[in-house]
Design a protein around this ligand. Structure first.
Ligand SMILES: Cc1cc2nc3c(=O)[nH]c(=O)nc-3n(C[C@H](O)[C@H](O)[C@H](O)COP(=O)(O)O)c2cc1C
Length: 139
């Protein structure tokens, strides 16, 4: 048993018309489940993709990722990184959320996330850094 961080990215299978509502519902239930599993992290969403950081006890993180990976709202899910950590980078977030929209697209762009180079094309470290920057703004 030890603390770890896992990062994955996927294609979003959400229908555009319901996307915002669906994402709000996903995060609401993720927060409830994660609070019970002592998991923290951050979810990034664009029109076509997801990326998520999960932190917690390794057993809980793998169990959660297994459930998430079986979720049909994801396509082409890919594990980008998994590693033991000394401390959490999102200790106050049972699950933070940032969507790429008019107000955030500039910051996404600073980290290289554009429609041409969407979340699944990024390195795990970049996704964690971007998430931390967005979490700071929401604090
Ligand atoms: C983009 C996305 C992010 C999710 N994040 C989490 C999460 O952080 N924690 C979690 O327990 N479930 C998360 N889920 C939900 C799981 O995929 C799954 O629906 C939920 O755990 C219920 O699983 P069950 O239907 O097998 O009981 C996420 C789903 C999606 C589509």
């Amino acid at each position: 048993m030890g603390l770890m961080r896992l990062v994955y990215a996927s294609e979003s299978r959400l229908v555009e018309a319901n996307r915002h509502l669906e994402i709000d519902r996903i995060v609401e239930s993720a927060r409830r489940l994660n609070a019970g599993n002592d998991i923290t992290g951050f979810l990034l969403a664009t029109t076509g993709a997801f990326a998520q950081v999960l932190e917690g006890d390794d057993g809980a993180v793998f169990e959660t990722y297994t459930r998430i990976a079986a979720d049909h709202r994801h396509g082409a899910i890919r594990l980008l990184a998994e590693a033991p950590i000394d401390r959490r980078r999102f200790p106050r977030w049972s699950m933070g959320l940032a969507e790429r929209d008019e107000t955030t697209s500039f910051i996404f762009g600073l980290y290289g996330v554009t429609p041409e180079a969407d979340l699944p094309r990024q390195e795990a470290d970049v996704l964690v850094d971007l998430s931390e920057e967005l979490a700071r703004q929401r604090a």
